[in-house]
Write a protein that binds this ligand. Sequence first.
Ligand code: UDP
Length: 248
Amino acid sequence: MTTPKYRRVVLKISGEALAGAGGYGIDPTVIRDIAQQITDVQKLDVQVAVVVGAGNIWRGLSGSQMGMDRATADYMGMLATVMNALALQDALEKLGVATRVQSSIEMSQVAEPYIRRRAIRHLEKGRVVIFAGGTGNPFFSTDTTAALRAAEIEAEVILMAKNGVDGVYTADPQKDPTATKYSEVDFMQVLNEGLGVMDSTAASLCMDNDIPLLVFSLNEEGNIRKAVIGEKIGTMVGSGATGRDESK
Ligand code: UDP
């Protein structure tokens, strides 16, 4: 049997990844595929906590650009993450994986409230825990939520499953054809060079708490499993990384 590299992980799935080719809302085929990938990882006895975003439904920043109050628009974004969380829970439970959604905004009819110790207990019992509602605070992101929850539940790594990008590049590969992918990079470099990995609040939280981050593509079949067993995919972001890029 394959021995996983990690025993407890936080998997961050952006809202965009759930939208599939449509670009908006939830694509049932995509969510089934993600649920299947999580199920495969569960079978390796790995404790999986998931943080979902909401960019497929609503982003606070877009709302505020339309003239809305930023805090209100952000709360709408947090509510949208709950919809994604429920869709993922449904898909996981259809595959027979016991799943609990914990929301940082209380919503007792549809989700448990976020209770750290209870989340850990669920994980120990082999249940997938989906953290919904972001941090519960406006002006933050679900990347920051992933960093915060990973610190709280003492996860060994954040698996940052990206849509359409397979790691961290020296520059935006869509705009700069000479851009190369890092195999490892330091959080300080991410912050100093403004590399598009996660927002700076999230990156500093990971750096300050020594939480490594593996950035990889969700679009390749079986990548979550590869990440968990320690196969070399994507880019590892962590303190003390060499900042090597793959072309060298
Ligand atoms: N959000 C927030 N506080 C949080 C997490 C999320 O206000 O702690 C809001 C924010 O408006 C954000 C939206 O929820 O735009 C969706 O989250 P995010 O943009 O991180 O989703 P993703 O990009 O991962 O799909």
